[in-house]
Ligand binder design. Structure first.
Ligand SMILES: C[S@@+](CC[C@H](N)C(=O)[O-])C[C@H]1O[C@@H](n2cnc3c(N)ncnc32)[C@H](O)[C@@H]1O
Length: 177
């Protein structure tokens, strides 16, 4: 009996690892969470108010949305994550936090963001190139987009700030569509 449970556990862990690795190879963007101090700066840039809708596209374990919802309880917080195991981790984290955060298992390119007031991004340049076109077509004028580390190819940021990263610095950029 003990060996059966152990075997089941080993199979589940292996499955978890295989799904995570295969999905990450497919999308080519690893799950690297934004450090807390950067998340706080992103929230400061976003200047959220009232019942605004915040998306984190490529939300990982939804930590930024949980911080945001704790600080601004009246906002709507929606995350979109492609990797099922990371999404599951996010669902558990949201459940533990007891915050009302929605986390969708989906490709960001298939998510309608026309209701967004603010969007957080920590994604690679090739994806930002595709998102720039999508945002041009979909976003309401005045939508705020805060991108950590990477920039859009054509859009100019309205504000920039360097934030510490390992031994160097990385940029946080705020765009207004
Ligand atoms: C660098 S992590 C950032 C996680 C989170 N936004 C944060 O800042 O802590 C990027 C996340 O985007 C997800 N991702 C990458 N491409 C995606 C896509 N096309 N659709 C949905 N999620 C995607 C990855 O699985 C990963 O969890």
């Amino acid at each position: 009996m003990f060996l059966d449970v152990l075997l089941l556990f080993a199979i589940l862990i292996t499955l978890f690892i295989v799904v995570t690795v295969v999905a990450h190879i497919w999308i080519a963007v690893p799950f690297i969470p934004t450090p807390k101090h950067v998340g706080e700066e992103m929230l400061h840039f976003a200047g959220l108010q009232g019942s605004e809708t915040l998306y984190d596209l490529g939300a990982g374990d939804a930590r930024l949305l949980i911080y945001a919802k704790r600080k601004y309880p009246s906002i709507t917080a929606i995350g979109v994550e492609f990797v099922p195991t990371v999404w599951l981790l996010g669902k558990v984290r949201i459940w533990i936090s007891r915050q009302t955060v929605e986390l969708r298992l989906k490709d960001v390119l298939k998510q309608d963001v026309s209701d967004a007031d603010c969007i957080f991004l920590y994604l690679i340049p090739s994806l930002l190139t595709k998102l720039e076109k999508k945002f041009d077509a979909e976003l309401k004028p005045g939508t705020k987009v805060v991108s950590y580390a990477f920039q859009f190819p054509h859009k100019k940021p309205v504000q920039e700030k360097s934030v510490p990263w390992l031994t160097g610095q990385r940029k946080l950029r705020m765009y207004v569509w």
